[in-house]
Design a protein around this ligand. Structure first.
Ligand SMILES: [Zn+2]
Length: 417
């Protein structure tokens, strides 16, 4: 079992890249307001956490009365065939509680077409709450529906693949799964039920994906906010570092043994702590290049079967490669080379081939890069400008073991084709 002592010892020697609080408290030029405070700390609005979180082996059963106190006519939302039987059990429970429950399923990802249809269904049935039971896209859709209808949302994650059950944020996709935009919501869910028994039924691949998504918090938050003067952001960034270390230590054991304490720590780290970091850090402490790469990859049909965190994990390697190539950060290269074997151990993709994209043409890769580089993209959270040819270089060299080559990967690929 991991002790707090071993965690801190490990933390001290692992991946030194951006590891110090001194860097986080660097003072960079910031505009001041009339009270002589930096603009960034003068006013902030956060939705930090769900009003209540119930977690544990029988969290769903323990929450029955709480659910009944929040809504009497809930809409139970889900999606995949894999969770249909489980959701039928939840539906029976809710009806046995005397709740007038309506069940609905997403046909696609969290997309406007589905949202419109289910919104009408909820209105027709006078639903007074949404219970979203599923993966990240179901949870996002449930939160967004509740937000639009002005009714409470209860999230019941059925995997630890994302922290969507916690946050006040929803990603919106096209019906074919291409990322379109994210939307900030008025509040985090009223209640989050993280039932270990339910989450344990998800395929192990979802946990590995959740680990990659959660460790991205450190790489993204530290690069985009490492020099913030805001204490809460500094603390959120440091929490992201501790979260990363916990996952590096416990991740492999959690995947080997679902009945271990490591599994509980890792599942809760991915689904709860990662959300808390986003809540404390606020909108400026969320995503950077790793998620921008994810968003761009969702534009490819061939990538739709790849899970969110699987794309994000690869995106971390691309981000580190960019820091190495453009930022000239040798430590980013070291961090990337340490991360690759960890991702491989968890059976997570580390290059385009692993993502099933080895047959993409240079033209298609260019389109991915242009999407990631468009104005307003989180890619531009990096502290240096990135253009699409530099990004292409990083996409192709994400899993290269050595330092930045003299002859570029793009040149070699062009010569070979
Ligand atoms: Zn994510």
């Amino acid at each position: 079992m991991t002790t707090s002592k071993s965690l801190s010892a490990m933390s001290a020697k692992l991946l030194p890249h951006r590891n110090s609080l001194e860097q986080a408290s660097d003072t960079s030029p910031t505009s001041m307001n009339k009270n002589n405070l930096p603009e960034e700390v003068s006013h902030c609005s956060h939705s930090i956490a769900p009003a209540k979180v119930v977690r544990g082996e029988r969290a769903w059963e323990e929450s029955h009365q709480l659910i009944a106190s929040i809504c009497r006519s809930p809409l139970l939302l889900g999606r995949s065939i894999a969770t249909a039987e489980l959701r039928q059990g939840l539906l029976n429970n809710l009806r046995n509680l005397g709740l007038n429950t309506v069940s609905a399923e997403l046909k696609h990802d969290c997309c406007e077409m589905d949202l419109k249809r289910i919104n009408a269904l909820a209105l027709y049935n006078s639903c007074d709450g949404v219970i979203a039971a599923g993966g990240g896209k179901v949870l996002d859709a449930g939160k967004l529906l509740a937000h639009r209808l002005g009714i409470p949302c209860i999230t019941v994650p059925l995997s630890a693949a994302t922290c969507a059950g916690w946050t006040a944020l929803a990603n919106i996709y096209s019906p074919t799964g291409a990322f379109q935009r994210d939307q900030v919501l008025a509040r985090c869910p009223h209640l989050m039920i993280f039932d270990h028994g339910l989450v344990r039924q998800a395929p192990p691949r979802t946990l590995a994906s959740g680990i990659a998504d959660a460790i991205a918090k450190w790489y993204e938050a530290s690069v985009s906010n490492g020099s913030s003067n805001d204490g809460l952001i500094q603390q959120a960034v440091q929490m992201a570092r501790v979260l990363r270390d916990q996952l590096l230590l416990d991740g492999p054991e959690a995947l080997k043994d679902q009945n271990s304490l490591a599994w509980i720590r890792v599942a809760e780290a991915c689904a709860l702590t990662a959300g808390l970091i986003g809540g404390i850090g606020g909108s400026r402490c969320r995503t950077a290049a790793a998620h921008a790469v994810h968003n761009a990859l969702t534009q490819l049909k061939d990538c739709h079967e790849v899970l969110h965190g699987e794309k994000v994990g690869y995106g971390i390697l691309v981000q580190l490669r960019l820091e190495e190539i453009i930022g000239g950060h040798q430590l980013a290269g070291q961090a990337r080379r340490q991360l690759i074997p960890f991702l491989k151990e968890l059976d997570l993709p580390v290059n385009l081939e692993d993502l099933g994209l080895s047959n993409l043409s240079l033209h298609e890769l260019h389109e991915v890069c242009q999407f990631a580089c468009q104005q307003g993209s989180d890619l531009h959270q990096l502290p240096f400008p990135v253009n699409s040819s530099a990004l292409l270089e990083a996409l192709l060299g994400a899993s290269d073991n050595g330092p930045v080559p003299v002859e570029s990967t793009v040149t070699k690929r062009m010569a070979a084709s």
